[in-house]
Design a protein around this ligand. Sequence first.
Ligand code: G
Ligand code: G
Ligand code: MN
Ligand code: NA
Length: 250
Amino acid sequence: RKIETELREAVQGDTLRPYYQPLVDLSSGRITGFEALVRWPHPERGMISPAEFIPVAEETGLINAVGGLMLRRACTDAAQWPDDVHVAVNLSPLQFRLGNLLSLVTDTLKQSGLPARRLELEITETLLLEKSSEVLATLHALRALGVRISMDDFGTGYSSLSYLRSFPFDKIKIDQSFVRDLAANPDAQAIVRSIISLGKGLGVTITAEGVETEAEVNCLRNEGCHEGQGFLFSRARPNAEIVGLLKTQG
Ligand code: G
Ligand code: G
Ligand code: MN
Ligand code: NA
């Protein structure tokens, strides 16, 4: 059967779920928040990775429904977490095209009871390529609500330093491809160092993705990177495990 048909049924049957991967403050070692990552529990094929179905969802327009239900679930779950723990939700550029993103976020925050300051929205550089005034206005309006904007997969898109001046954002997430061989590769070190310096100059938080080893984390800490995310700390986990995980850090 076609993956598109099955995905449509999964959306209609409300079977997609967010898993949550911790974001860790590198100086204190504490969990500051979680990124919501969509999971599709498939009856025959097990857990299907978003890398496989997000592109299909984007081609078919199903991404709007997927994005909407992820936002709702993530805000509802996070509203039950401690007040100093935030949730980050990925947005597809297509979700900006519908024209209802601001009201979707406003309504979802209201219905879930999650304060806007505890929601972070992850966007990618491809969104900014469009250089659209609607996108810019929406990002400003989201920030005016108190929601934070995070630049995901930084350094892998058509990075242009010019958009950094015109687009409002609060965090840069260094793509895992730069973190992967950080300990051994001087070029990767130079790139990470300059992203961190750029981020600090702009006054934004810097998060490193795909942190897998102590050597990487030491390197990132030395360079002054604020936050880390990756298998070294934890894989993404179901919501049922989150409150327990937070209790272990007191
Ligand atoms: O969890 P995993 O590393 O397998 O995720 C693979 C990709 O899918 C990542 O690039 C991630 O950004 C993307 N992704 C995961 N969840 C969502 C989601 O809810 N919405 C969108 N647009 N992308 C997601
Ligand atoms: O939204 P984004 O593209 O940042 O999605 C993060 C993706 O990276 C998810 O698919 C997640 O499962 C994956 N990931 C998270 N931590 C690690 C890690 O330490 N190593 C690797 N290889 N992948 C990771
Ligand atoms: Mn992300
Ligand atoms: Na990313």
